[in-house]
Design a binder for this molecule. Structure first.
Ligand code: DAT
Ligand code: MG
Length: 154
């Protein structure tokens, strides 16, 4: 299998997505697309972990509210693998502000406000590596070969 097909991204259902019962719907989008699930957990994250996760945004005025919202309940962090999964994953999420997210995207279809935008996705291969390392141990990310792999990739 080509190395490019093993690109990984970090996707997380945020507390509002969990509370609204959208975990299954979100996982289904990535499964149906053909991406491979290689890591998944259900955790109530600490403020410290979220401050690290969003460290790039620490100086923004919305940062305290963001950390409070993100630590307000359980989340579903995941690692998905596949060809161009970082970029395609971002396209599947839609724009950060759901008011600008196209219909057909996860945010465009399922949420309304930027402060309740239900899902996170890494914005680059580099940030994916950082985020996967923050939320998962090496052992918690599982390499495997789906039975249908040759029907997803030529
Ligand atoms: P994304 O989640 O699309 O990668 P980001 O990394 O710029 O967007 O911001 C992280 C999260 O912070 C975003 O999902 C929602 C929140 N956020 C971003 N900009 C915001 C704003 N102007 N007001 C309130 N929350 C904001
Ligand atoms: Mg981001």
């Amino acid at each position: 299998m080509m190395a490019e097909q093993r690109e990984r991204t970090f996707i997380m259902v945020k507390p509002d997505g969990v509370q609204r019962g959208l975990v299954g719907t979100i996982i289904e989008r990535f499964e149906k697309k053909g991406f491979k699930l290689v890591g998944l957990k259900f955790v109530w994250p600490s403020e410290e972990l979220l401050q690290q996760h969003y460290s790039d945004l620490a100086s923004r005025p919305f940062f305290p509210g963001l950390v409070k919202y993100m630590s307000s309940g359980p989340v579903v962090p995941m690692v998905w693998e596949g060809l161009n999964v970082v970029k395609t994953g971002r396209q599947m999420l839609g724009a950060t502000n759901p008011a600008d997210s196209q219909p057909g995207t996860i945010r465009g279809d399922l949420c309304i406000q930027v402060g309740r935008n239900i899902i996170h996705g890494s914005d680059s291969v580099e940030s994916a590596k950082k985020e996967i390392g923050l939320w998962f141990t090496d052992k918690e990310v599982v390499g495997w070969t789906p039975a249908n792999e040759n029907w997803v990739y030529e």
